[in-house]
Design a protein around this ligand. Structure first.
Ligand code: DOR
Ligand code: ZN
Length: 346
C-alpha cells in the first residue's frame, strides 16, 4: 500500500484572495502548499488595468510572511471598456497571465462584466494574436434558463460561437461542473483547457439541499446532479492534460454566507491537497494526482513546473481548523464530509 507520495509542488489555477484583512487571513492557507496561483480579479472595484494588477500583486506579496516563495499570477477583469493595448502591455511585461471573462451578473462582483460580446471583440482578437488565455466563467445569465442548465447553454450559445469567431483564442473553461463541460473541453483540442475545483469533485446538489440548506456548499456554478460529479471525477483522474486544478477557493465571512441572501463560494485552500489525495485514492488514481495538480496547468500556460516538491503521508485522520479567523469574524473551511488521511508534510 502506498503511504508516502512526493509530487512536484502544486499550483492553483483559479483562486480568490480578496484584499485587506481577508487577504492577510487567507493567503497563508494557499502559500503553505502551493507554488503559484492564478489570482481572480473580482475585487470591489475590480482589477481592470495593468496598473491595478501591479498594485494588487504588490499588496499580495506584502500580505504574508513567507509569501516570497509563492508567485501570484495576475489576471485582468474583462469589461466592455478594456483597452487592448493595456492588455498587450501587461502581458508583454510578464505581469498578467490571463484575462477573466465574467458574463455580467453571473456571480460575485460580476456587475462590470460583459453583456455585449461585440464590444470586447478587439481585446479577444489581440489576445488570440499574442497567445494570452481567456479564463471564462461559463454560465449564461438569462431568466429563461434554469440555473442548473446555465453551463450547458453557455457552451452552446456563447463559448462555441465565440471560439469560432476568434480563431487561435486560448480558453480556460473555469470550474466546470457538468459532463457537457468535460466533453466539450476534451474534444476541443489544445487551445482549450478546463479547471476543476476540489469541492465539485466531492459534492453534488443533494449535499447542498437535502436535509436543510448548507450555505457552505453554495457556490457558483452550483454543484449539479451525481452523474455530472462522476464525470468530473473521471476527467480529473484520467491523466488527460486538458484538466487541471483550479480550486476557486472563495472566502466569505460566515455572517455573509449564513444569511437570507448568502454569498457563493467554498473555501478549500486549507485542506485541498488532503481532500484531493483522498479523492484520487478513492478512484484508484493516486498516480494521476501530480499531473492534475502540478503538471497540466503549467503545460497549458506555457510555464515550467515548480522545482520544489511536497510530500503527503497517509495515516490517522488529519486535523484541520473548522474556521479561519479574520478581524471581521470567522470563515468556514470546506468540510468534505469524510475523514482525510493524507497529510501534507511541513
Ligand atoms: O462560488 C463562487 N464564488 N463562484 C464565483 O464565480 C465567484 C466566487 C467568489 O468570488 O466568491
Ligand atoms: Zn472563482
Amino acid at each position: 500500500m502506498t503511504d508516502t507520495l512526493t509530487i512536484c509542488r502544486p499550483d492553483d489555477w483559479h483562486l480568490h484572495l480578496r484584499d485587506g484583512a481577508m487577504l492577510k487571513a487567507v493567503l497563508p492557507e494557499t502559500v503553505r502548499h502551493f507554488g503559484r496561483a492564478i489570482i481572480m480579479p473580482n475585487l470591489v472595484p475590480p482589477v481592470v488595468t495593468g496598473a491595478q494588477a501591479l498594485a494588487y500583486r504588490e499588496r499580495i506579496l506584502a500580505a504574508a510572511p513567507g509569501v516570497g516563495l509563492f508567485e501570484p499570477l495576475m489576471t485582468l477583469y474583462l469589461t466592455e471598456d478594456t483597452d487592448p493595448a493595456d492588455v498587450a502591455e501587461a502581458h508583454a511585461s510578464g505581469l498578467i497571465k490571463a484575462v477573466k471573462l465574467y458574463p455580467a451578473g453571473a456571480t460575485t462582483n460580476s456587475a462590470s462584466g460583459v453583456n455585449d460580446f461585440d464590444k470586447v471583440r478587439p481585446v479577444l482578437e489581440k489576445m488570440a494574436q499574442i497567445g494570452l488565455p481567456l479564463c471564462v466563467h461559463g454560465e449564461v445569465v438569462r431568466d429563461d434558463v434554469d440555473i442548473f442548465d446555465r453551463e450547458a447553454v453557455f457552451i452552446d450559445t456563447v463559448l462555441d460561437p465565440l471560439r469560432r469567431a476568434t480563431p487561435g483564442l486560448r480558453v480556460v473553461m473555469e470550474h466546470i461542473t457538468t459532463k457537457d463541460g468535460v466533453d466539450y473541453a476534451r474534444d476541443a483540442g489544445p487551445s482549450v483547457g478546463a479547471t476543476i475545483t476540489t469541492h465539485h469533485l466531492v459534492i453534488n446538489r443533494n449535499h447542498l439541499l437535502v436535509g436543510g440548506i448548507k450555505p457552505h456548499y453554495y457556490c457558483l456554478p452550483l454543484a449539479k446532479r451525481e452523474t455530472h460529479r462522476l464525470a468530473l471525477r473521471a476527467a480529473a483522474t484520467s491523466g488527460d492534460p486538458t484538466f487541471f486544478l483550479g480550486t476557486d477557493s472563495a472566502p466569505h465571512l460566515d455572517k455573509d454566507k449564513e444569511s437570507a441572501c448568502g454569498c457563493a463560494g467554498c473555501f478549500t485552500a486549507t485542506n485541498t491537497m488532503s481532500i484531493l489525495a483522498e479523492v484520487f485514492e478513492q478512484e484508484g488514481a493516486l498516480d494521476k494526482l501530480e499531473g492534475f495538480t502540478a503538471h497540466h496547468g503549467p503545460a497549458f500556460y506555457g510555464l515550467p513546473v515548480n522545482e520544489t516538491t511536497i510530500t503527503l503521508t497517509k495515516g490517522s485522520p488529519v486535523p484541520y481548523p473548522a474556521k479561519i479567523d479574520t478581524p471581521e469574524g470567522p470563515l468556514t473551511v470546506f468540510d468534505p464530509g469524510f475523514a482525510l488521511h493524507w497529510r501534507v508534510e511541513a
